[in-house]
Design a protein around this ligand. Structure first.
Ligand SMILES: NC(=O)C1=CN([C@@H]2O[C@H](COP(=O)(O)OP(=O)(O)OC[C@H]3O[C@@H](n4cnc5c(N)ncnc54)[C@H](OP(=O)(O)O)[C@@H]3O)[C@@H](O)[C@H]2O)C=CC1
Ligand SMILES: CC(C)(CO)C(=O)C(=O)O
Length: 293
């Protein structure tokens, strides 16, 4: 996702620095730029902590389990009035970032652009997407509109959305269902849509997620979530959700922030779930094997 957003912002004329913990990846991006499908963009690249005090927007696209560490390592890159934007999946990323830079410098949101990593700085984008975001505090600030304009110019389909909390919960329900079932079955989004038992399980997780959100006073629109799932099954058919890409690469997944975040919200209200609880247990078992090997 960093490759997609950074590459497009660079092509739109912004000065972009890619920051990553892997020295080989940093060297490859510095030498070859980044590639979205077969479109290149030239950019700088650095290890965490190298860029100092010049950045007016830091877009954080690590996995959720790395959010706090990445923020601590990279906060020094920000100008005193610099902002941080998270479009990561899962619950809790904005609050983790606020713990480092303060809530009034955090923009939170979602994106459904489907990006599949092919190699260092090289992605395949399997369809069109959008971005919705707003400030973590709920305040309307000039920074929101500056960032929305920059993302729109970079053809990332961005809109400033005051009710972003609802969008974040709708997205986490979508991801709990689709990313989880794809990661467990190793099917693409289209394959899950085509196979009734997998599709039905995804829709059960969606139904449970909607009940959990409503119990937590988040007014999600169940029909909109089901439509988003149907849209992805039709238009993002070849995409391997980020959680499946993690399983295939033998990396830990975002189960704790996505399925685990929803499950914790269910437990806060004494609710029992079935499909979500079983998927979470299976995904945590895969994570356990990865972490202990
Ligand atoms: N891929 C997709 O289509 C979509 C993904 N998302 C969400 O966006 C977020 C990013 O996903 P995605 O791009 O797929 O993830 P990737 O795992 O491909 O990219 C995350 C990158 O962050 C690097 N990283 C880890 N720790 C740090 C650190 N401390 N400082 C700097 N870089 C670090 C990782 O390095 P290393 O690999 O060495 O750990 C990796 O290169 C996730 O929350 C995901 O759920 C949302 C919508 C769509
Ligand atoms: C692109 C999308 C929406 C597909 O599940 C996603 O969020 C992901 O891959 O993590």
């Amino acid at each position: 996702m960093g490759t997609l957003f950074g590459g497009r912002l660079a092509r739109a004329g912004h000065q972009v620095v890619f920051v990553d913990t892997d020295p080989a990846r940093v060297a490859a991006i510095a030498a070859n730029g980044v590639w979205e499908n077969d479109i290149p963009a030239r950019c700088a690249a650095a290890l965490p902590g190298v860029a100092q005090g010049e950045t007016d927007l830091l877009i954080l696209f690590t996995k959720a389990q790395h959010t706090a560490a990445a923020m601590v390592q990279n906060a020094g890159a920000l100008r005193p009035d610099g902002m941080v934007l998270t479009l990561q999946n899962g619950l809790g990323n904005g609050v983790a970032i606020a713990g480092v830079v303060g809530a009034d410098r955090v923009l939170v949101g979602i994106t459904n652009w489907p990006a599949d990593l092919l190699g260092h700085g090289r992605i395949h984008v399997a369809g069109h997407g959008m971005v919705k975001f707003w400030s973590l505090t709920g305040a309307d600030t000039p920074a929101i509109h500056r960032v929305a304009a920059a993302l729109a110019e970079a053809d990332l389909g961005a809109s400033a959305e005051p009710s972003v909390k609802v969008a974040i919960w709708e997205k986490v329900i979508f991801n709990a269902a689709l990313n989880g079932i794809c990661a467990l079955t190793r099917m693409t989004v289209g394959e899950v849509g085509d196979f009734a038992p997998a599709r039905d399980l995804a829709l059960q997780v969606v139904a449970e997620g909607i009940t959990i959100a409503l119990a937590n006073d988040v007014a999600v629109d169940g029909e909109r979530v089901r439509q988003a799932v149907a849209f992805a099954m039709t238009h993002h058919r070849a995409h391997k959700p980020s959680m499946l890409q993690d399983v295939e690469a033998g990396r830990p997944t975002e189960v704790d922030a996505i399925q685990g975040g929803l499950l914790a919200a269910a437990h806060r209200h004494g609710m029992t779930t079935h499909a979500l609880a079983h998927c979470t247990a299976l995904l945590r078992s895969i994570d356990h094997i990865v972490r202990s090997s």
